[in-house]
Write a protein that binds this ligand. Structure first.
Ligand code: GDP
Ligand code: GDP
Length: 436
């Protein structure tokens, strides 16, 4: 089910990223760490009581050398476009500034719920500073302190109160949800259009439509699909949409809501570093993955080149060794009909549950073929295995001592499981647990 999205906006230095980091808790770096970049994440998951949600630090999306006001407007617009609830942050030590008023104007015009957070209220005596912020017109200001972690509970209570009733139909199990990711110009929107069999741009960008409206449903041979986030691929021409951070954020959001992710490569330009990075997100999210080599019409001698290209892909995308590769042309539509059957297959494998007794036979056969390793004289013993979840298929192997499960042996077990059950297109996870 899709999670609600919260965005934090406000002028620089009010404490947005401080609060973001507090809400996100442990530092999981989604966006690769780059030296000199302090904000390594702008989009992450958080939870309050029993509610999980996604949170965006819009301050992390910077637009080169644009003037401050342009930056702030763009960031506010991102929040308005992407979020279900906006946390508008101001600084309780500075009072209302002109820049705050600018942001307020934009937020006011949107129909999104806005919760006003007055940060840097580090002690109770400072609480009286908050009253002037009523004049911004967003109702009750919530005093918080990012440094001391004060007031966040009350703020989050209010934020969660504004979450929309999420559409339960979205969890309809029969429907396969997939998304297309890849760097700009690999042909994502062209491929969506060819899948849909129409040349014009698909979803209309009507202001005020819910974000769900940009998902595109389609039906083939009685199978329902939803293509996630198709409108996000269109070039709407807003400055922030061309920033890399923003496109990564969009990709992550689309991936999260998908069962199957198609990661596109451009045959004409060949594999690039960024392709691997983007595909890595899909892999890490535990989604089914299909590698699509697009623009195959630009290649000359098809068959021979295909094998060569495939070897290259396998070599460069080792972490995706389970992903099938489809060569096609969004433009000429060649082999486009092979794509959806692969999506169905990958999705079925992603959701597949195997029988426990068969699983254990496979494991025992594996043990007989390749005895377990020893580390410092202690031998790994495997007692039995169970599949504990799907999407992706996840297995727990009960052992005498988990530390003795060397990754090469785990890899061997994974291969045996794959040989026995298929699982093409989906990652599988294996955990060793001590039998108690
Ligand atoms: P952003 O630009 O809005 O993301 O702001 P930052 O999170 O980078 O914070 C700007 C500065 O304010 C940093 O020096 C923070 O340490 C400081 N700061 C953040 N929250 C608080 C707070 O609650 N109280 C005080 N006194 N300082 C804070
Ligand atoms: P996106 O940025 O990933 O959505 O890429 P687009 O769908 O906008 O395509 C980028 C460019 O590549 C456009 O000029 C398309 O016409 C072109 N293109 C897309 N698919 C193909 C293809 O299969 N073959 C060729 N030759 N060009 C393609």
């Amino acid at each position: 089910m899709r999670k609600s999205v919260v965005a934090i906006v406000g002028r620089p230095n009010v404490g947005k990223s401080t609060i973001f980091n507090r809400l996100v808790g442990e530092r999981i770096s989604i966006v690769e760490d780059t030296p000199g970049v302090t904000r390594d994440r702008i989009y992450s998951q958080a939870e309050w009581l029993t509610t999980n949600f996604n949170i965006i630090d819009t301050g992390g999306i910077e637009l080169g050398d644009e003037p401050l006001l342009v930056q702030m407007r763009a960031q506010a617009q991102i929040a308005i476009d992407e979020a279900d609830v906006i946390v508008f942050m101001v600084n309780g030590r500075d009072g209302i500034t002109g820049a705050d008023e600018e942001v307020a104007k934009l937020l006011f015009k949107s129909n999104k719920p806005v919760v006003l957070a007055v940060n840097k209220v580090d002690n109770p005596e400072m609480r009286e500073n908050i009253y002037e912020f009523y004049s911004l017109g967003f109702g009750e200001p919530f005093p918080i302190s990012g440094t001391h972690g004060l007031g966040l509970g009350d703020l989050l209570d209010e934020v969660v109160n504004h979450f929309p009733e999420l559409d339960q139909q979205e969890v309809d199990d029969e429907t396969i949800r997939f998304s297309l990711i890849g760097r700009p110009n690999v042909g994502k929107s062209s491929l969506v259009n060819s899948i849909l069999g129409q040349d014009r741009v698909i979803a209309s960008d009507i202001p005020g439509t819910t974000r769900d409206a940009i998902d595109t449903p389609l039906k083939r041979d009685d199978q329902d699909f939803v293509i996630i986030d198709t409108a996000g691929m269109r070039k709407r021409g807003k400055v922030y949409e061309s920033t890399e951070r923003y496109s990564i954020m969009r990709a992550l959001k689309a991936i999260e809501r998908s069962d199957v992710v198609l990661t596109l490569i451009d045959a004409e330009t060949g594999i690039q570093e960024q392709d691997k990075k983007i595909a890595g997100y899909a892999h890490e999210a535990g989604k089914a993955v299909i590698i699509v080599v697009n623009k195959w019409d630009t290649m000359k001698i098809e068959e021979k080149t295909m094998k060569e290209f495939e070897d290259k892909v396998r070599d460069q995308f080792r972490f995706l060794d389970y992903a099938p590769i489809v060569f096609l042309s969004a433009k000429t539509k060649k082999r486009i009909q092979t794509l959806l059957p692969k999506v169905v297959e990958a999705s079925e494998n992603h959701a597949r549950r195997v029988q426990t007794n068969v699983l254990n036979e496979v494991i025992m056969d594996a043990l007989a073929m390749n005895p377990t390793p020893s580390i410092k004289g202690q031998k790994l013993k495997i007692f039995y295995a169970a599949q504990v979840s799907v999407k992706p298929p996840t297995f727990v192997v009960f052992v005498n001592e988990p530390e003795l499960m060397h990754f090469t042996y785990e890899r061997f077990l994974e291969n045996r499981i794959r040989e026995a059950f298929g699982f093409e297109g989906t990652p599988i996870k294996i955990y060793a647990r001590r039998r108690t």
